[in-house]
Design a binder for this molecule. Structure first.
Ligand SMILES: [Zn+2]
Length: 579
């Protein structure tokens, strides 16, 4: 309901703006203040009234407003927003009255800064300098080498490191585990959870031995924690202070309007390239599939769940409301006054205000994830002495949220004949749609499907394999239901007259093809059918492997012969494809 009022009232602003004329002295003063802030910081923070009395308009105009400036909050009949120079110029065209606000990154003139990692870790009531931050991340890996690795996924425009702490038992060995990701401060001036994430890393590692609950999480989940997603924004005032922090990157880009979007396309903010801070995360997501993730912000106190872009609810809306309500409830048991914005601490993103290009929508829609945006404190650049409070109020919820990725339906999918792990689609009947389904991941074929209490039938499918349906899967919240599946992938291989023992033939997992490998480089190869007819030629190859894969078609059953040239030797081998 709130959305409708917000949406229609925003439209009325456009219309009233069209008819406003002339400038008053106040407007001139506001304009000058905006220009000064833009010159100094590259961005301006301002508010304008949400005039809810004139309710007329169309939805497309709302979409234009949220795409021209970065709306940060809609509260108490005002819209709070940030804009860079170009964005502010397009905002001015609407002629709305506005008020320039003190920039949240300038609120602390002299924040307490810790110059060393050790200083910060004594009371966690300061911000690290940038060098102390890097040193602290490195120290985790040095102190706990079997449980923590520091991975630099990229470098910011100004050359600062984009760091993740990867935490799990036996961190250097690949294992069947769900991945979970926490990140903070992609808006550089929203810093409460920056220090809180550092403290979480420290807590997970240092209490592992003594705390069975923490041990269970670290043993069974692969955690990726990035305390600082936008270091250039946070250290805009220099490496030794967070005073002067800004929301945007050093190129004045809002990272949370910058991700590809299922509705607004590859560049919802109209740019043509991605910021390195965004590109690095997208690269990580291409290689690492996360079951769940949370992205910390500041400016309000609530959990904001998918979607930001569209009104239609996610297929797992019931699960999301359960899990995020639990996070807020756990907080409330410690401090009933914290995390109470909107519906007592949780909201659907679109119902609050629509945005395009959020990371939450990108991961949830395009990367088989379940991401939530958590607004951790009303004050953005948090007073350092208050930071320990936010840890005390949040840490139980932070742990519980991690635990959720162990629940629901999980197991492995393998080929029934070869037992090769498969990357299979895991689709819940009468439930999944759009892109809410998940896929099992290689190299182990393990999958994790968090889902709300119920009884489900799940289809497991893989190109070239027979789809298998497992019915009557009983799921309870906060419990794991294991379902291991074997798929019939059809191709049986028998080989004959192995005169060379140099040719190995195998089924390629989860494909329709046949993989043939040799003990040394072959320069040419060809496959013939039983009548001597040429079926497939692999000319001029300099490799030890070929894959016979008829795209989109299954290879017909039959007897085949592979003939290949290795140096001056001709080798042959026969094989049968049988389904
Ligand atoms: Zn934010």
């Amino acid at each position: 309901m709130r959305r409708t009022v917000v949406a229609l009232a925003l439209v009325s602003l456009f219309l009233s703006g069209i008819f406003s004329q002339g400038y008053s002295a106040n407007e001139d003063a506001a304009y000058l203040a905006a220009m000064e802030c833009l010159a100094k910081k590259g961005e301006v923070y301002f508010k304008f009234p949400l005039n809810a009395d004139n309710v007329i308009g169309s939805r497309s105009r709302i979409e234009r407003l949220t795409r021209c400036i970065s709306i940060d909050n809609v509260k108490d009949d005002f819209v709070y927003a940030y804009a860079n120079k170009t964005e502010f110029a397009s905002f001015l065209k609407y002629g709305f009255e506005y008020e320039v606000l003190p920039h949240p990154g300038d609120m602390l003139q002299n924040p307490k800064m810790a110059k060393t990692a050790a200083k910060l870790a004594t009371a966690w009531d300061a911000y690290p300098t940038y060098p102390a931050y890097v040193a602290m991340m490195d120290s985790f890996a040095l102190k706990y080498p079997d449980k923590c690795r520091i991975i630099q996924i990229g470098t910011s425009s100004q050359g600062r490191k984009l760091l993740y702490a990867k935490i799990t038992a036996n961190v250097n060995q690949a294992a069947k585990k769900p991945r979970f990701m926490y990140t903070s401060s992609m808006h550089g001036d929203e810093t409460t959870m920056y220090v809180t994430m550092l403290r979480l890393i420290d807590y997970l590692l240092s209490s592992y031995a003594a705390n069975a609950y923490v041990k269970r999480l670290v043993d069974n989940v692969e955690l990726w924690i990035c305390p600082l997603e936008n270091p250039d924004g946070t250290y805009r005032g220099g490496d030794n202070t967070v005073n002067g922090a800004v929301r945007y990157t050093s190129n004045n880009v809002d990272l949370n309007r910058h991700y590809p979007n299922f509705s607004a396309g590859r560049h919802p903010d109209g740019r043509t390239t991605y910021e390195p801070e965004c590109q690095a995360v997208m690269n990580l997501l291409d290689t690492c599939q996360f079951v769940m993730s949370a992205n910390f912000h500041g400016g309000s106190e609530l959990l904001n769940y998918p979607y930001d872009t569209r009104a239609a609810l996610h297929q797992d809306d019931a699960w999301m409301r359960y899990v995020y309500r639990k996070y807020a409830d756990t907080v409330h048991a410690i401090n009933a006054a914290y995390m109470t914005a909107l519906n007592n601490g949780i909201t659907n993103g679109y119902a609050w205000y629509q945005i395009f290009g959020s990371r939450m929508d990108y991961i949830t829609w395009s990367k088989f994830g379940r991401e939530v945006t958590i607004e951790a404190s009303t004050l953005k650049l948090m007073t350092p002495s208050q930071l320990p409070n936010y840890w005390n109020w949040s840490y139980k919820s932070l742990l519980q949220l991690i635990e959720q990725c162990l629940f629901g339906i999980n197991g492995t999918v393998v080929d029934s004949i070869t037992k090769a792990p498969l990357k299979a689609k895991v689709f819940v009947q009468s439930h999944d749609g759009d892109s809410s389904f998940t896929v099992s991941k290689l190299p182990f074929g393990d999958y994790y499907r968090p889902i709300y209490t119920g009884t489900y039938a799940v289809d497991y499918s893989c190109p070239g394999c027979r789809t298998k349906t497992v019915s009557n899967i009983q799921v309870q919240n906060d419990r794991a239901t294991m379902v291991n599946v074997e798929l019939n992938c059809g191709i049986g291989i028998n080989t004959f007259h192995d005169n060379s023992n140099t040719i190995k033939i195998a089924v390629t997992p989860c494909a329709q093809g046949v993989k043939i490998s040799f003990n040394a480089v072959c320069t040419e190869a060809a496959i013939y059918d039983i009548h001597g007819g040429l079926v497939k030629q692999f000319p001029r190859r300099g490799s030890t492997e070929i894959v016979w894969d008829e795209t989109g078609k299954k290879i017909a059953n039959g007897y085949y012969i592979i003939k290949m040239l290795q140096g001056d030797r001709i080798l042959t081998k026969g094989f049968i494809v049988a389904r």
